[in-house]
Design a protein around this ligand. Structure first.
Ligand SMILES: Cc1ncc(COP(=O)(O)O)c(C=O)c1O
Length: 432
């Protein structure tokens, strides 16, 4: 398969300008240059259609980032575009509440098992932060057991590597549970049982094969036995595993859950949802309030998006297409004797490529090499693999052709025990 003739001139030009005026050059680290192979990957994208994107220098790619998983239907998707255009003519934000807030809330109640009441936010981080404040208010406790990542706000990042600016006292209020390891939670409850306000966990964490040994139900029972609320962070899994989220798919209903990425096909809206009794108990004593919470373009987009997901049975498609991708990736990897070091992992709606160190080649170097060779052939891998309703058989075929050629380069690197020799840019640097 031919390597594309590309330039990155405009990307480089903007990146230089960006670093003079934007801290880190990006609003989201998962879009920045560190997570891509700098010098080889495009930096700026300008246009999208379906699952295809065009960088600022005019090169077309098949996108497996899909705007960090938000474009669940695809870029430039007519049904959502039309809903936004229609709403735009009527107004984007108002001095009083808007009827679409009610319509969207009722739609979430219809689809999501735990959602009896809710509030809308704009980002995943503000939704999880609201959920934690509500949980603390509900049972008068302050400590939290969290999972891998729930956003950038103080309550969950006090213990992170990049934690400057966060009051260190908050470290005493946060514990980390290990996914699928009930004992790690039991230990925390043994030591702090009466102080834990809530357990917040992703129903399926990145690079895992989902819950095993009834993990989610057992964790829910453990939390309840200790008087803590049980929360799902469904910012990623929501609308992907099923329209009712991973909670519907696994038939484990949490007390509260947060939603974001798949909610509106790329528009900024999120939600904290849960049992009505929780919201009713605390609503007079809590303050959660935001100017753009009732912004109408996102509400309109979300309603159109969720109706389309339902009508077209999009989650079923994501399971199907994800299964195919995973099987093909792993077959090709095996054909190239690289299965010990490179593996497509995860459940079909949430896939990723996992890498291992091989000889002198570091895990990040191997990952960089695959990303480099794919992007040179028009396939854009970023933080994780996100599929969409727009990804079709032809796109998958092209992806696999590029993957075969990319693994051939990896094979040569492994044989030479040296990936840097083949890297044309800077290896990726993990964010946290
Ligand atoms: C599981 C999870 N929770 C919360 C967030 C935070 O969302 P946002 O970046 O919209 O604030 C993310 C973002 O990637 C996430 O993956």
């Amino acid at each position: 398969m031919e390597v594309l003739k590309r330039t990155l001139n405009k990307s480089d030009y903007y990146w230089k300008r960006a670093n003079r005026v934007i801290m880190n050059g990006t609003q989201l680290y998962s879009k920045g240059t560190n997570i891509n192979v700098k010098g080889v990957s495009p930096i700026y994208l300008q246009k999208g259609n379906g699952c295809h994107v065009w960088d600022i220098d005019g090169t077309e790619y098949i996108d497996y980032g899909m705007a960090v998983g938000t474009m669940i239907l695809g870029y430039n998707y007519p049904v959502v575009n039309n809903a936004i255009k229609k709403q735009l003519k009527e107004g984007t934000n108002f001095s009083l509440v808007h009827p679409k807030e009610v319509e969207l809330a009722e739609l979430l109640v219809k689809h999501i098992p735990c959602a009896e009441m809710m509030r809308f936010e704009k980002t995943g981080s503000s939704a999880t932060t609201a959920a934690i404040r509500i949980a603390r208010a509900y049972n008068g406790r302050e400590k939290i057991i969290k999972g891998e990542y729930h956003g950038w706000h103080d309550w969950c990042l006090a213990d992170a590597k990049r934690n400057r600016g966060i009051p260190q006292v908050l470290k005493d209020y946060i514990f980390v549970g290990k996914y699928n390891d009930l004992d790690s939670y039991k230990k925390i409850f043994e030591d702090h049982g009466n102080d834990i306000a809530a357990v917040i966990v992703e129903p399926v964490e990145d690079k895992t094969e989902g819950p095993s040994n009834n993990f989610l139900q057992n964790l829910k029972d453990l939390a309840h036995k200790n008087g803590a609320l049980f929360l799902f962070d469904e910012i990623v899994t929501g609308f992907r595993f099923s329209i009712g989220g991973a909670q519907k798919y696994f038939n484990v209903t949490p007390d509260m859950a947060t939603f974001g990425k798949g909610m509106s096909n790329g528009m900024p809206i999120s939600a904290v949802t849960g049992r009505a009794e929780i919201f009713e108990k605390i609503h007079k004593d809590i303050f959660i309030s935001t100017t753009f919470g009732g912004e109408t373009l996102s509400l309109a987009a979300s309603i159109a998006n969720i109706n389309e997901l339902s009508e077209k049975k999009v989650p079923d498609y994501l399971w199907c297409v994800g299964k195919k991708l995973k099987t093909e990736f792993n077959k090709i990897t095996q054909d190239h004797d690289l299965q010990e070091y490179i593996k497509c992992v995860g459940l079909p709606p949430r896939l990723n490529l996992a890498f291992k160190t091989v000889g002198a080649i570091k895990e990040t170097e191997l990952k960089s090499l695959v990303m480099q060779e794919m992007v040179k052939r028009g396939i854009l891998f970023t933080w994780t693999i996100f599929t969409s309703y727009s990804l079709n058989e032809k796109d998958i075929q092209k992806t696999m052709e590029a993957y075969v050629d990319s693994l051939k380069v990896c094979q040569r690197a492994v044989k030479d025990n040296n990936a840097l020799k083949y890297l044309e840019g800077q290896p990726v640097i993990p964010i946290l």
